[in-house]
Design a protein around this ligand. Structure first.
Ligand code: NAD
Length: 506
């Protein structure tokens, strides 16, 4: 799979693209360096900077492999996925460590990321013996009507860096069990974890051409996937801005297109909430993965009656967070992903400081002392007295920056919570069951939690959001993700022996 090169006495692995069952060099011969965001002196690996030409080769392989994979009985396809699950379980610790090195989140979280891919694998494999269709009565006698799922063809998958094994698994596994073949382009910053998943698929015996990976930058390899004539479906997860470009390209080529995009998620803390529980959930939601989750809690709306107390509690917890290299088991918050992320997050902190009324209550700076100077570390940052319309309360910052917004009552909390262009996740902390149910109904999001943070999705429930977060699809849960990765075929069987005309012979 890889060749080893020497660089300044340290061996760095060079990874290749995987196409038609072989690991091959990119046509250009160019590679991108993948560095550890906790210590940029460490090169995690070199990965192909692929072009549209490489994508063409991968798509050709996937297209040629499609008829045979489609004809393989779904329970047989699933057997390979069960093997994959077993392999991933055995390799879990190594993959988690590699992921922490390439993207910085702490080991506990990267173990969770790999576990999510394992859960997805076993869960999806079970679908090999279901993939249910249905029968329904015909309006005419001696006629049978039924619906079956059919594979779509070659799928082009584009993924972000923050869940570099879990998110690819959400797309690849349902695509495969449905009988599709695929080409995946992982994020520039985290190709290794997706490579590890693909290598495990190779080890599980998936036939040549069924799974192909092409690494590279979005505007080259990614864009080529969205316009290739032989790709029938594009499934994208990433920012809303990129998603719009992907959708525009896909529309020009009549592709099925599923989009999972940004978020600006809210926790609502009511006056009757368990404030310790709420503060614990808020810190986990805001600063877990250094705030770089699509479901991160970047806004907390707090009832004025408990505002001061809640701010005290969350501040104490955030201040105590241990920051550093995620491989250290004592560390609770790692770096952000790269220099561009540092620049973006610091620029939002500047914006927040200038907002009239908002107060920078905690943090606000890059951490550059000692070992931290080698990585991209930003302090857990809290703004208080934020107004709902301020930019820091409206735009996705994707870093450890939290806006706390005071409110007067439940209705106001809901209005503020819903008052953003995204609709991914929300939560409420309250002891009032009626209010909890009202909130479940009122919040216009794809995911909602009661007395828990905005993060923590499980693979067998639908994952995705409303408004600017997506275009109506849901990954995860089998029915919704099968609806992305298969197409319905309606079948009519007339056994009357005569011509019967629907809508006319009645
Ligand atoms: P991004 O949009 O910058 O990149 C996502 C992917 O798109 C990468 O693989 C990138 O190379 C590729 N890409 C970039 N330009 C492209 C183009 N023109 N054509 C095709 N592909 C292109 O996002 P990111 O920074 O990797 O990830 C962070 C974003 O992802 C955040 O907005 C976050 O909320 C979102 N996200 C959403 C979910 C969800 O399920 N809703 C999950 C995780 C992350």
């Amino acid at each position: 799979m890889a060749t080893v090169k020497k660089s300044k006495n340290v061996s760095v692995t060079t990874y290749e693209n995987y196409m038609n069952g072989r690991w091959v060099k990119p046509k250009s011969g160019d590679y991108l360096e993948n560095r550890n965001p906790a210590d940029t002196r460490e090169v995690v690996g070199r990965f192909p900077a692929s072009s549209a030409e490489d994508v063409n080769v991968a798509v050709k392989a996937a297209k040629e492999a499609f008829p045979k994979w489609k004809a393989t009985p779904a329970p047989k396809r699933a057997e390979m996925l069960y093997r994959l699950g077993q392999i991933l379980l055995e390799q879990k610790e190594a993959h988690a460590t590699a992921m922490t090195r390439e993207m910085g989140k702490v080991l506990k979280e990267t173990r969770g990321d790999v576990q999510e891919a394992i859960d997805m694998t076993f869960y999806t494999a079970g679908e090999g013996r279901r993939l249910h269709g249905y029968t329904t009565p015909s309006e005419l006698p001696d006629k049978m009507a039924m619906c079956v799922r059919q594979p779509i063809g070659v799928c082009g998958l584009i993924t972000p860096w923050n869940f570099p094994m879990a998110i690819p698994s959400w797309k690849m596994l349902p695509a495969l069990v449905c009988g599709n073949t695929l080409v995946i382009k992982p994020a520039e910053d985290t190709p290794l974890s997706t490579y590890n998943l693909v290598a495990a698929m190779e080890a599980a015996g998936l036939p040549a051409g069924v799974v192909n990976i092409v690494a590279g930058v979005g505007k080259d390899a990614g864009a080529a996937l969205t316009t290739h004539k032989d790709i029938r479906l594009v499934s994208f997860t990433g920012s809303t801005a990129t998603g719009r470009t992907v959708a525009t390209n896909a529309a020009q080529h009549d592709k099925i297109c599923s989009l999972e995009m940004g978020g600006k998620n809210v926790i609502m803390v009511m006056e009757d909430a368990d404030l310790d529980l709420a503060a614990e959930g808020a810190v986990w939601g805001a600063f877990g993965t250094s705030g770089q989750r699509c479901t991160a809690a970047s806004r907390i709306v707090v009832h004025k009656k408990v505002y001061k107390k809640f701010v005290e509690k969350i501040t104490a917890r955030a201040r105590a967070l241990r920051i550093g290299n995620g491989l250290d088991p004592k560390v609770e918050m790692g770096p952000v992903i790269n220099q561009a992320a540092v620049d973006k997050i610091l620029s939002y902190i500047k914006v927040g400081k200038k907002e009239d009324g908002a107060k920078l209550h905690l943090g606000g700076s890059q951490l550059t002392k000692g070992e931290l100077k080698h990585g991209f570390f930003i302090e857990p940052t809290i703004f208080t007295d934020v107004a709902p319309q301020m930019r820091i309360a409206q735009e996705e910052i994707f870093g450890p920056v939290l806006s706390i917004i005071p409110c007067n009552n439940f209705d106001e909390a809901v209005a503020i919570g819903n008052g953003v262009k995204y609709g991914l996740s929300a939560s409420i902390y309250t002891a009032d069951v009626n209010r909890a149910f009202k909130a479940m109904e009122a919040m216009n999001t794809g995911i909602f939690y009661v007395n828990s943070s905005t993060i923590g999705a499980e693979v067998h429930l639908p994952f995705g959001g409303t408004k600017g977060t997506g275009n109506g699809h849901r990954e995860g849960a089998m029915i919704s993700s099968l609806d992305i990765f298969s197409e319905w075929k309606a079948i009519y069987v007339d056994y009357s022996g005569k011509l019967q005309k629907a809508q006319i012979d009645n």
